[in-house]
Unconditional design. Sequence first.
Length: 264
Amino acid sequence: MDDFSVATLAAAAGLGTAQVHVRRVGGGPAWASDDGRWISPASLIKLPLAVAAAQAIVARRLRWSTPVPVAAANLTANDAASPLEPGYRSRVDELVSLMLQRSDNVATNVLYDVLGRERATAGVHALGFRRTFFRRKLSGAEPLIDDPQATGRNSFPAREAVALLERLARGRVPQASRLRAILATSYWDVKLSRGLATGDAFAHKTGDTDAVSHDAGILRLAGGGMWAIAVYTDLPSSDELDRCFGAFMQALRPHLVAAASSAR
């Protein structure tokens, strides 16, 4: 298995010129196919934003129980039902859980206000994720949310996604166990999850728009071995493309099993 093989598997599965990063947690094999072009992270920006929230907790700027009112200005469409309505009094822990588990856009926008996008960006830069930027709030549909503080497009490259996930798996980001537990309850098991085997566990986050479709997470194989995986495509989200993600994982998984076995 090598970088070329990863690219070949992705293309054969129907993912086009996907940016793919696969890294064994704790060291060992790492494969990538990445031409370096910018691809919108879509809802995967919620992953580093959750880490920024955890940083604020550790620094005691916030508590998980800190109450947070939901402002009408942060409302936008969601793909799953949300309890967040104007005047609703949420908490930081609920906002982070909704953001990661159900990909709630309103929760994300509220956290942008609570954390401050510049401060949150500085926080993840301090962890080494220097190409990650929180620049604008999320919109679940047209028209785009009114965001006077927007400074451009959000950024969270696939290579930083896999690095963050690997560190999250090893407990090397703030509140790692709590964030992993939330990711393990993802509501959207429709992409890479389709190619997993019985007994595998995948703690992950998806990202979808009418222009991109992604999946990234921490995979624990049923027979042992843990991997961080990030797959970014610049293809529009669809049920057909979701099946392509599953086909890619199904083709990739035997190589992960073989690599895990040889490492024992």
